[in-house]
Design a binder for this molecule. Structure first.
Ligand code: B12
Ligand code: SF4
Ligand code: SF4
Length: 473
């Protein structure tokens, strides 16, 4: 069977499982991966030791007399592989942005963790698609196939780039010019040769909004020091959070969305989403978003004190089947202590006094830190500032950005709208999360009813500003 025919079958198999957005990367040397070894050598992976796993004996001597890192060449782990099918699944659920103002005492759970655990959702779809493809692979005489979401020894964003799904932005995320960056990646590594896609050009241009917005200065263009990233601090780090980074973490208790929420390409995706959610097309959800990824109740801007009051059993029930559970009970309480100190509301002091009695010394120490911070914040001038939080710069409207792509966008939107029902599949209406998605106001990608109660209303659109000088397209 020809590489082109295999490609068509692979794409059809994914589509049948609700993965309508995919690309193929040819396995070869990927230039981005030249940055991998120096990144590890600088210790930027922090305690994520799995990223630094080595491959081969030191005597094979790739650099400085050691073996290569497993992930710096995809052929290290998969010497037999010739193609990687890379599927993208949107999690751009309707709802507020992390950069919208929030009422005191509320925190932020990153968007990727609003619905069911994406690992399970996406890997199940990949497995089912691979099973559909298996007879064709057997016929082609190359059956080898491995499926991964996060956990495989490959850098998925680099593979996604070569599969034509987007470019790697200065915030290190993979970004698509019409769909933004709120999507997950999954990979099927194949022994067979499939016709490959071409990469998309980098459209960051001279923009550096993500770098300037990052509260812990974790980003330099295209590189992250994960040790400073809030998503690392509140999810991956098991021990105490370095004191000098705690204030910068703000009220982020699970992950962080800031460098994506300020990205103009996500604002543009928001507009595209609005274009494909007319009243007739219920359920109103992001194109290609699996119903399982739709927000569970209480995920957006939850009340910090209420979460801090959960027993371990209640915590397990609340976060069962959610990617948020990676923080673990003690990690979440540590994060809540920091967030309560940074963004206190009614009941913050009482909640912190409870946490200061916790059975876990790490939680107690973070609560103590937060209580001391509250003392400082209680000075009259600080309280006044808290009562009227400085509104973050709201996303500029980017009508001007559409100029070059207007025709293409309209066609793309129509195509997505047509594909939407089949992508969601018959299970869409049946899934309990689907009902919540249908709450979105017709024609509006972000229903104000989904905003946390008592949060200030969104500001009216700013005067249109083209990001033409900033984003190269
Ligand atoms: C470890 C990890 C993290 C770590 C470290 C992130 C990082 N930037 O490395 C932490 C915990 C911080 C994290 C956070 C998040 N993650 Co994460 N993470 C991973 C994981 C498991 C491995 C990534 C990895 O190998 N990093 C190592 C470094 C070296 O790789 P990299 O940053 O991707 O670097 C490449 C580029 O920056 C580029 N590069 C480097 N220097 C230069 C210089 C120039 C000039 C150029 C052009 C390029 C370039 O080449 C590098 C490769 O060598 C992947 C899954 C996977 N197996 O790939 C998910 C993954 C990257 N994460 C994902 C997500 C969704 C998130 C969060 C949004 C979750 C959240 N809301 O909190 C945040 C996003 C933060 C951000 N700005 O990246 C998605 C990304 C999807 C997308 N559209 O990009 C992935 C692919 C998971 C998935 N299966 O969908 N993550
Ligand atoms: S996820 Fe948050 S902390 Fe991490 S690089 Fe982006 S803005 Fe900075
Ligand atoms: S377009 Fe701007 S905000 Fe988005 S990743 Fe590139 S530099 Fe960052």
């Amino acid at each position: 069977m020809s590489p082109a025919a295999l490609r068509r079958l692979a794409v059809a198999a994914l589509e049948a499982e609700g993965l309508a957005w995919a690309g193929i990367a040819r396995v070869e040397e990927f230039p981005h991966l030249a940055h991998f070894a120096p990144w590890i050598a600088q210790g930027r992976h922090g305690e994520m030791a799995y990223l630094a796993r080595e491959h081969g004996a030191a005597s094979e001597g790739h650099a400085a007399g050691r073996g290569q890192f497993l992930r710096e060449d995809i052929r290290n782990a998969f010497p037999w592989a010739r193609s990687v099918v890379c599927a993208a699944l949107s999690y751009d659920a309707p709802g507020p942005r992390s950069t919208d103002p929030r009422a005191p005492g509320r925190g932020w759970i990153a968007r990727y963790a609003w619905g069911d655990d994406y690992h399970e959702v996406l890997v199940a779809k990949l497995r089912a698609a691979a099973a559909r493809l298996a007879p064709a692979l057997r016929e082609a005489g190359s059956e080898g196939a491995r499926m991964y979401v996060d956990t495989g020894p490959l850098v998925e964003r680099v593979v996604g780039y070569h599969a034509g799904l987007g470019w790697i932005g200065k915030n290190t995320c993979l970004i698509h010019p019409r769909r933004g960056s709120f999507f997950f990646l999954g990979a099927i590594v194949l022994e067979a040769e499939l016709e490959a896609d071409a990469p998309l050009p980098d459209r960051c241009g001279s923009c550096r909004r993500c770098i300037d917005a990052c509260p812990t200065q974790a980003l330099t263009p295209y590189q992250m020091d994960a040790r400073r990233c809030i998503a690392y601090l509140n999810l991956e780090l098991r021990g105490p959070i370095p004191a000098e980074l705690r204030a910068g973490m703000g009220d982020n208790i699970i992950g962080c969305d800031i460098c994506q929420d300020v990205c103009p390409w996500n604002q543009k995706a928001e507009q595209a989403l609005a274009a494909v959610t007319p009243a007739a097309q219920a359920p109103d959800m992001a194109p290609e978003m699996a119903p399982e990824l739709a927000p569970r109740p209480g995920r957006m801007a939850p009340e910090l004190a209420a979460l801090a009051a959960l027993s371990e059993e209640e915590y397990r029930r609340e976060f069962r089947g959610s990617a948020a559970k990676r923080a673990k009970y003690r990690g979440l309480r540590r994060n809540l202590a920091v967030a309560l100190g940074n963004h206190p509301g009614t009941g913050a002091r009482a909640a912190l006094e409870q946490l200061a009695q916790d059975g876990d010394a790490m939680v107690r120490e973070h609560a103590q830190w937060a209580l001391e911070r509250l003392e400082h914040l209680q000075r009259p001038e600080q309280m006044e500032r808290l009562a009227r939080p400085e509104e973050p710069e709201l996303p500029e409207r980017l009508e001007g950005m559409d100029r070059l792509e207007q025709g293409e966008d309209a066609a793309g939107a129509a195509g997505r709208a047509a594909g939407q029902s089949s992508a969601a599949g018959p299970s869409a209406a049946a899934h309990p999360n689907a009902r919540r998605c249908a709450l979105v106001a017709p024609g509006s990608p972000r229903d104000p009813r989904l905003r946390p109660q008592s949060a200030p209303p969104p500001r009216p659109p700013q005067s249109p500003e083209t990001a033409q000088e900033e984003c190269a397209y």
